[in-house]
Ligand binder design. Structure first.
Ligand code: AMP
Ligand code: ZN
Length: 430
């Protein structure tokens, strides 16, 4: 289960880094022959501008700003999101699930928690009482005592600072665009319950892998664990958590709207960086490390990616597999998804003059890396060159070899090499 995007804005390159990492996880398991059931949500209600329970619903806020309905906003940004991740070669999940289509499941889960005595009511909503759990905060190793000691921080009607909303009441029913009836009153679900209810609906009360950003550890995932283990009685609810680190600026802080550097994929393309270059850039840093974004770093990745592709392009396929390199590659990924190391193995293979089975092995590696390394670029030939090619073809037909050679030289000066063989005339970049 991958905590998905809150679809109120364009996908930015920070999000794209995160999802590229999880794509490698999915592809890796498929490569190893595992059957995958991959669920991704997209949040179209309940994610407030603060990860805690204050602030405004991000979707409602965007809807008001753009003068659209909440569902128009969610559907629009979801479609952009889908197009963007496709361009990054990020595979589609087995199931996409949308929070607003699972309200019933969320209400059912809150009902279980209520029955088991984990909830209480305030004037603002139904809350989860975290003091009922001895191990609350275990994922983040939260210092609960320290947190509670800071009680001077306003907690309103909440019993404990760490308690969180399962269901929020609409302040004035009819004002919000998205609200539903529930046993407790008209309102909307908390963001955390959405993920717990949807993941468990499709993956069961206990499942293997849950991913997200490191920002999710102290609140979102901590609360997902608390409510899910309380409701389902299975420990651990999730066997493995994978948390990705941030894309940061040179100063080391997360790229964000306020610190700048929050580009979209389209903006990167306009600056000459194709999505595959960005994917290559991302895989070059371990998912648990910060990745420093700058155009200089991205340019280095672009150069390196182009070099790699060129070298591969010049390599002949001998229809073999190089088991040694493949093993080394596998070992790198097995070491906590060490993709930078895995890419180094790929590079070593490409540069190894004596290695056999290069292309076949790269094809296998590409099942995980998915960087279009074997995809031939379609050559975009300028109109001027096209015209010269036609003229040359005419000259050749008239057996005017001198003229044909002169045109070939002209084409060469424009940056292209023309070669004739039995199959006809071929053109490539110089
Ligand atoms: P948001 O756009 O804040 O809803 O975040 C959606 C996902 O992208 C979450 O998993 C975040 O952890 C992740 N994310 C947001 N900003 C960044 C960033 N600068 N670097 C990496 N991941 C990010
Ligand atoms: Zn989530």
């Amino acid at each position: 289960y991958a905590c998905g995007q809150t679809v109120y804005d364009d996908l930015h390159i920070g999000n794209a880094r995160m999802y590229s990492n999880w794509d490698v996880v999915v592809r890796y398991f498929k490569w190893r022959g595992y059957k995958i059931f991959y669920v991704r949500n997209f949040t179209d209600v309940g994610h407030l501008t603060s990860d805690a329970d204050v602030g405004e619903d991000k979707i409602e806020k965007a809807a008001r700003k753009e003068k659209k309905s909440a569902q128009e906003i969610a559907n629009y940004y979801f479609s952009i999101f889908r197009k963007d991740i496709r361009e990054l070669n990020i595979e589609e999940p087995t199931i996409w699930c949308k929070a607003t289509e699972h309200i019933k499941d969320q209400i059912e889960m809150i009902k279980i928690l209520e029955k088991k005595g984990y909830t209480y009511r305030t004037s603002d909503g139904i809350y989860f009482d975290t003091s009922k759990l001895k191990d609350y905060g275990k994922l983040a190793r939260l210092d609960i005592k320290g947190l509670q000691a800071g009680k001077r921080v306003k907690i309103g009607e909440k019993k404990n600072k760490t308690d969180f909303a399962l269901w929020k009441f609409s302040k004035k029913p009819g004002v919000r665009q998205q609200e539903w009836d529930s046993p407790w009153g008209i309102g909307y679900p908390g963001w955390h319950i959405e993920c717990s209810a949807m993941s468990s609906k499709y993956l069961g009360k206990q499942f293997d892998i849950h991913t997200g950003g490191i920002d999710h550890i102290p609140i979102h995932h901590t609360n997902e664990i608390a409510q899910s283990e309380s409701a389902f009685g299975k420990k651990p609810w999730v066997r493995y958590w994978l948390h990705g680190n941030f894309l940061v600026n040179k100063e080391g802080s997360k790229v964000s709207k306020s610190t700048g550097g929050l580009y979209t994929l389209t903006e990167l393309k306009e600056k000459g960086f194709e999505p595959m270059v960005y994917r290559y850039f991302c895989l070059g840093t371990h998912y648990r490390k910060k990745l420093v974004f700058s155009f200089e770093n991205l340019q280095n990745a672009k150069n390196s990616y182009a070099r790699l592709k060129n070298l591969i392009n010049e390599t002949k396929d001998d229809s073999k597999i190089n088991e040694g390199y493949l093993k080394e590659f596998h070992k790198a990924i097995n070491d906590d998804l060490n993709m930078p190391k895995a890419l180094q193995v790929l590079w070593k293979l490409v540069r190894d003059k004596n290695a056999q089975g290069k292309i076949g092995t790269i094809r296998k590696m590409e099942e995980v890396t998915s960087l279009n390394l074997l995809k031939k670029e379609e050559l975009k030939i300028p109109q001027e060159v096209k015209q010269l090619l036609e003229e040359r073809e005419k000259a050749r037909k008239q057996k005017n070899w001198k003229k044909a050679d002169k045109i070939r030289e002209k084409i060469y000066k424009l940056g292209y090499i023309v070669e004739d063989d039995k199959e006809g005339t071929k053109i490539k970049k110089r």
